[in-house]
Design a binder for this molecule. Structure first.
Ligand SMILES: [Zn+2]
Length: 440
């Protein structure tokens, strides 16, 4: 029996994992011919006979496939080819586009989702209609429907090369699909709303429940699609590698307080209303790293997140240097000393509406501090490093200010009655000048 391995092709690999789980095997390497035959027999049964899975196959997965044809002279050769073709001689004279093995036939949207119809040469390899595939990949593609969740108007497929996560997602999807099939009466395959949120939820659930960091989780993609004849579509979702690594890092942080704060921040939506999904933190994660400053302000600063969540976010997602972050902390420590002498300073520091006003506040404070202590509050180099953009580096003075303020709050340098400054600052900054994605 040929050993089937992952190839990096989403639909095919989801099919392979679905087949592995369906067969009760720990690994795809353990699959036997008997497993493939049993899976093909089951698929034949559920795709040919009326039921939930057949209607989903027809409605969202394959268009005009011959599974449901009445005429056995058309239906049977089709079924033999797509489900049992791996037993046939492969003599197409070209290799399978998905795995490289000799191909068996050229697939169209009758055999594989998201392809063209029969005879359409546009976007086909070498200008020849159809995608050459082998009999094994053909079976895996038929299987992959069972590894998808029903969501929104189509199917939601999560693909990752991190096999433990893929196994969990596929196991859950297969269980739902099998339940739906056995319940018989009508369509019992409960659709999950909000596919974008569901996609992120599956990844977050995995990272929350794993005890150890999943450092090799670097690629996760979601495909929300339908092959329906009237309204086919595909949306691709992706969580950036830097986001996966940051989330993994903070959820598994050795400091229990940080891990708990991360769990709270990344909690699953309890009862989210459709139409309000853009407000959820999972939606924010999908827009990173482009929207990093907005995320930082709205999700972390305004919510007074744990300082480590903020600094790691700045380092890992915003790619801000640790020198810059350390400078802000150093300034925070000195500003807190001055604040103890001059409480008004902090109010002015946070309320300055433009850079000229802000600069005057800081210079006046530096002067006053120098007179009182004979020490400097902030040097010129420090001022430039924290608040002034140069040719080499973009610095957002308002962001630096917010971060110093937050640092002071979290180190309890600010008296509680002054603690409300922050929310105003955050709101003011958001309406000010920060456009989505202008960090990139
Ligand atoms: Zn193949």
């Amino acid at each position: 029996m040929r050993v089937l391995t992952m190839t990096g092709h989403a639909i095919r690999d989801v099919g392979l994992m679905t087949l592995t789980v369906f067969s009760g095997r720990a690994s795809a390497a353990d699959l036997t011919e008997a497993d493939l035959l049993a899976a093909a027999d089951w698929l034949r049964d559920v795709y040919v006979n009326p039921g939930t899975l057949r209607s989903h196959l027809k409605g969202t997965y394959l268009l005009n496939s011959a599974y449901s044809m009445e005429n056995p002279d058309i239906r049977e050769p089709f079924i033999q080819r797509v489900l049992y073709g791996w037993q046939m001689p492969h003599e197409l004279g070209t290799s399978c586009a998905l795995c490289g093995h000799e191909a068996l036939y050229r697939a169209t949207r009758e055999e594989m989702p998201l392809l063209n119809g029969r005879g359409v040469i546009n976007f086909s390899p070498q200008g020849r209609a159809g995608l050459p595939i082998c009999g094994w990949c053909s079976l895996l593609i038929q299987m992959a429907l069972l590894g998808c969740l029903k969501s929104g108007r189509g199917l939601l497929m999560l693909y990752t090369d991190h096999e433990p996560l893929l196994r969990q997602v596929v196991t859950d999807a297969l269980r739902r699909a099998q339940q739906a099939q056995t319940l018989q009466a009508g369509d019992k395959w409960a659709a999950l709303s909000m596919p974008r949120i569901r996609f992120v939820e599956q990844v977050m659930r995995w990272l929350r429940q794993t005890a150890r960091p999943q450092t090799n989780l670097t690629r996760v993609e979601g495909y929300h699609f339908s092959n329906s004849g009237a309204s086919p579509f595909v949306e691709v979702f992706q969580i950036d590698r830097s986001v996966l690594q940051w989330v993994d890092h903070v959820l598994h942080h050795p400091d229990g307080d940080v891990a708990a704060a991360a769990r709270q921040l990344l909690a699953e939506p309890a009862d989210l209303e459709e139409g309000k999904t853009s407000q959820h933190v999972y939606e924010g994660l999908l827009k990173l790293p482009n929207n990093a400053r907005k995320f930082l302000r709205q999700r972390l600063l305004a919510k007074r997140a744990h300082l480590t969540l903020i600094t790691t976010f700045m380092e890992q997602i915003m790619r801000l240097s640790s020198e810059y972050i350390d400078l802000l902390k150093r300034l925070g420590d000195r500003f807190s000393q001055y604040y103890a002498m001059q409480r008004r300073f902090f109010y002015e520091f946070n309320r300055a509406r433009n850079f000229a006003e802000f600069r005057r506040v800081v210079i006046r404070a530096a002067d006053d501090y120098q007179r009182r202590t004979q020490q400097s509050l902030i040097t010129m180099e420090e001022f430039i490093g924290a608040f002034v953009s140069t040719e080499d580096e973009f610095i957002d003075w308002q962001l630096s200010r917010d971060l110093i303020t937050l640092y002071l709050m979290q180190t309890h340098a600010i008296a509680l009655e002054d603690d409300l400054l922050m929310d105003d600052t955050v709101e003011m900054d958001d309406s000010d000048s920060i456009e989505e994605g202008d960090l990139s």
